[in-house]
Design a protein around this ligand. Structure first.
Ligand SMILES: [Zn+2]
Length: 449
């Protein structure tokens, strides 16, 4: 039913790379898997996209006219989609995601349902024990340096001279562990990729300032509102404990993007923090900021606070990096405590960032056929923190961001993106600034995913 309006780009710089992968495997010997570890890296080359660091939000993009001049596509889109399509033709995915049925569920919110039976097939080890969100990296478990180089689309780095540059064959600089964009072999949409910051460092799945900024740069660089990045923390359905963001193209708005918000505060650097309204999952929305870095730093502070308190969460980066949703969640914890009803459990849906944003990836035909706004809402309501817990968590976040100072404005502005109307509410509901008792995270997750 729903069709992507993004034009598929059949060919791009892939020919070099095809030959290259084979060449490298032949020459180097390595471990035979043409991986990204020391066995196979010497002499290997991968495309390199050097992006322009933008200091101001909303700069114009470099665009490239493509063949028939129908519409200009930013070069990064061109590269991601072209390379992704190439990997599809080479049969590197576990199933054909373009054959998955997708529909928009009728109703006010426009939840999207996808039937993706292929995600049943587990190939990579995805089981681990989440004792704490802070978990040391276990070198024996699967990590992304074990993927084949053919799964990597390109290296993604800041340009040294401030201009966008592209090198079809660039060596892999082991000293400065490159960040890479790779395919997700279990895609949920067209163009589903992974951004793996400083891949060779094998960082654990924890957001840090540098990595989040990289993700925002990627969103800004793509400059395409259909391209969003997402993040799942440990305990919030990250399946691999190696730092990564996901991203894909979806040509319709996510329901979460359409939900009204209520402004809580504006920070000194212009970052605006709001609260989601009329949405089944409680969450915070970050926007504004004098620079992308301001916005990124505030969001990172919030994420680090959640990590330090062992609170699982998901992040959606939308609107070309200008709007970021942080969604603390407790579904896995409830699951572990046996508090999720069996009907929901039977669906085997893992409510990670995409589901929480309103793109329900369903594994059973029955659930797809019976999908309704009510069902989507019921699942997501289980994911959300209770109102009380959400207030406690917000207090932790605001203390982390503001260093304990009172940043809550007494007048909150409610903004409805549909009507573009604003209304004023008298009293903030987030926190009583006189109450400074630290709330210790109680969500010690013991979850086998
Ligand atoms: Zn190897």
């Amino acid at each position: 039913m729903m069709q992507l309006s993004i034009k598929r780009v059949p060919t791009v710089v892939s020919n070099h790379q095809k030959d290259e992968a084979e060449e490298t495997a032949r020459q180097s010997g390595g471990c035979g898997k043409n991986c990204l570890r020391s066995c196979c890296i010497p002499g290997a080359k991968l495309p390199l996209y050097a992006f322009k660091k933008e200091n101001n939000i909303g700069n114009e993009k470099d665009v490239l006219e493509i063949e028939n001049k129908e519409s200009p596509i930013a070069f990064l889109d061109f590269l991601v989609l072209g390379e992704w399509e190439d990997r599809m033709q080479r049969g590197l995915f576990r199933y054909d995601v373009t054959a998955c049925e997708t529909k928009v569920i009728s109703g006010e919110h426009g939840f999207i349902a996808q039937l993706n039976e292929g995600r049943h097939l587990k190939k990579r080890p995805t089981e681990f024990r989440v004792d704490k969100v802070l978990q040391p990296f276990d070198g024996n478990k699967f990590n992304f340096t074990k993927v084949g180089q053919e799964e990597v689309l390109f290296q993604f780095e800041a340009s040294e001279d401030g201009e966008v540059q592209f090198f079809p064959k660039a060596p892999i600089d082991v000293e400065n562990s490159p960040s890479v964009v790779a395919i997700n072999v279990s895609p949920i949409e067209y163009g589903h990729v992974l951004l793996i910051p400083r891949i060779l460092e094998c960082l654990p799945q924890r957001i840090d300032h540098k990595s989040l900024l990289l993700a925002l740069y990627m969103a800004a660089e793509a400059g395409n509102p259909h391209f969003r990045l997402g993040y799942n923390s440990l305990g919030a359905f990250a399946t691999i404990n190696h730092l990564h963001f996901q991203a894909y193209y979806l040509a319709v708005p996510f329901p979460i993007e359409k939900a009204p918000t209520k402004k809580i505060t504006t920070l000194n650097d212009g970052v605006i923090i709001s609260e989601l309204l009329k949405y089944p999952v409680r969450g915070l929305v970050f926007g504004g900021g004098n620079t992308l870095q301001d916005l990124s730093d505030t969001v990172s502070d919030a994420c680090i606070c959640l990590q330090d308190n062992n609170i699982p969460y998901n992040v959606l980066i939308s609107d070309c990096g200008k709007r970021i949703f942080i969604l603390p969640q407790c579904y896995a914890e409830k699951q572990a405590l046996g508090e999720v009803n069996s009907e929901l459990l039977d669906t085997q849906v893992n409510p990670a960032v995409w589901e929480i944003s309103g793109h329900m990836v369903l594994k059973r035909r029955k659930d797809y056929d019976e999908s309704s706004e009510e069902n989507a809402w019921r699942l997501l309501a289980e994911v959300s923190l209770s109102d009380e817990r959400f207030r406690e968590v917000n207090e932790l976040i605001f203390e982390a961001i503001a260093g304990g100072t009172d940043v809550i404005e007494s007048v909150a502005v409610v903004e409805d993106p549909d009507t573009k109307t604003q209304s004023f509410e008298e009293e903030n509901t987030i926190t009583d600034s006189s109450h400074h008792a630290m709330v210790v995270g109680t969500q010690e997750c013991l979850v086998l995913q």
